[in-house]
Write a protein that binds this ligand. Structure first.
Ligand code: MRU
Length: 348
């Protein structure tokens, strides 16, 4: 029987010209593959976190734009371009924090504009190829991040991660988990600790699922337990992914990341952010300029409980991400190398 790692997180079903994703809201209990062709369904899938994680959102949006635009019933190039730009803007509104979404959509628009005078069937082929290039490059970037991260780790290390920056958040390997997969293949014998990651439990539901499926030694902990673990000296490094890196090295990642980074600093545990270059946003000066997504109240009060766990009408604070200040970060690990403060992303 196929395990979770045998499925593509996101891909193109070429025969049906459909975006194919695993519905991550149902994991780990059910593995349901969705085939999407409609722009509204793709928007919903991203907003509702059926496909999630910064790189995977970018890949899904790129393939989604190819799938949707291949169905435009027009033979006029200007009309095609107009509809493409409108749909692209719509998809871009599905989630604000991960820069990979706009990065991938802008790349699709750029290639479309560069080839706008081609016959439409040819133009559609170019869009297909670009979306698959984004997917394949993501796999390659993740693998290289893992190779770079592995140079900072030792056999038998205890590694803590937050949220899911794994295969389920990318095309393969993950970012924060890439060195874990590579190290596992090479007999490093890591002990992996996954924060459950309230409120949507990406750590408990997704990271622990994919890593344990690969046969790793995995332990899940509640978000308020990592300090105790670090104090006991059981964590040698923290590895997290990220949704956007600002020019000064501040990083947006899943809510709670900044708390883990602060505690890691207190106990002298290196805190590594794993980021493909598609997650670096030189247009944003610092974390203050990153838009943090606010999510619905019910994710906190009801979603994972048999009955509501907060009084009716109580106010809810539910940001999806937070900013980790650059001084809390030991290094940012990209596919092109390991970067340390003061950051200079201009030659990446
Ligand atoms: O809300 P999510 O599940 O999309 O948040 C995901 C994260 O915060 C990940 O850590 C981040 O996107 C990096 S994924 C390689």
């Amino acid at each position: 029987m196929a395990g979770i790692l045998d499925y593509d997180t996101v891909n193109l079903d070429d025969e049906k010209t459909a975006l194919k994703i695993i519905d991550q809201t149902l994991l780990p209990t059910r593995t349901v593959i969705l085939e999407l062709t409609d722009i509204k369904d793709i928007w919903d899938a991203i907003y509702l976190l059926k496909v999630r994680g910064a790189p995977a959102i970018g890949v899904a949006a790129a393939i989604g734009m190819y799938v949707v635009s291949s169905r435009y019933d027009t033979d006029d190039n200007d009309e095609f371009l107009k509809r493409f730009v409108k749909d692209k803007e719509y998809l871009n509104s599905s989630r604000p924090t991960a820069v990979n979404l706009s990065w991938a959509l802008n790349r699709m628009e750029r290639v479309l504009k560069e080839n706008k005078d081609l016959e439409l069937p040819e133009l559609k082929k170019v869009l297909r190829e670009e979306s698959l290039a984004i997917l394949n490059e993501d796999m390659d970037m993740c693998r290289r991040i893992g190779e770079n991260a592995l140079t900072l780790l030792k056999k038998g290390d205890g590694l803590l991660t937050h949220c899911n920056a794994g295969q389920l958040a990318t095309s393969k390997y993950g970012t924060a988990t890439s060195a874990m997969y590579l190290g596992h293949e090479r007999g490093y014998g890591f002990k992996i600790y996954c924060d459950e990651t309230r409120p949507l439990l990406q750590g408990a539901r997704l990271t622990s699922y994919e890593l344990s499926s690969a046969g790793m030694d995995v332990t899940v902990l509640c978000d308020n337990m990592s300090g105790a673990l670090m104090r006991e000296g059981r964590i040698n490094a923290v590895l997290v992914g990220c949704d956007r890196v600002a020019a000064n090295g501040d990083v947006a990642n899943k809510i709670g990341t900044s708390v883990v980074a602060t505690v890691a600093k207190r106990y002298g545990v290196p805190f590594y952010v794993c980021a493909p270059s598609s997650t670096i946003d030189p247009n944003v000066k610092s974390g203050r300029d990153i838009v943090i997504e606010q999510r619905p109240d019910n994710e906190v009060t009801e979603m994972w409980y048999k009955e509501r766990m907060a009084p009716e009408n109580v106010k809810v604070y539910n940001p999806a991400f937070d900013i980790t200040d650059n001084e809390l970060i030991t290094a940012i690990i990209t596919e092109r190398g390991i970067l340390r403060a003061p950051y200079n992303f201009s030659n990446l």
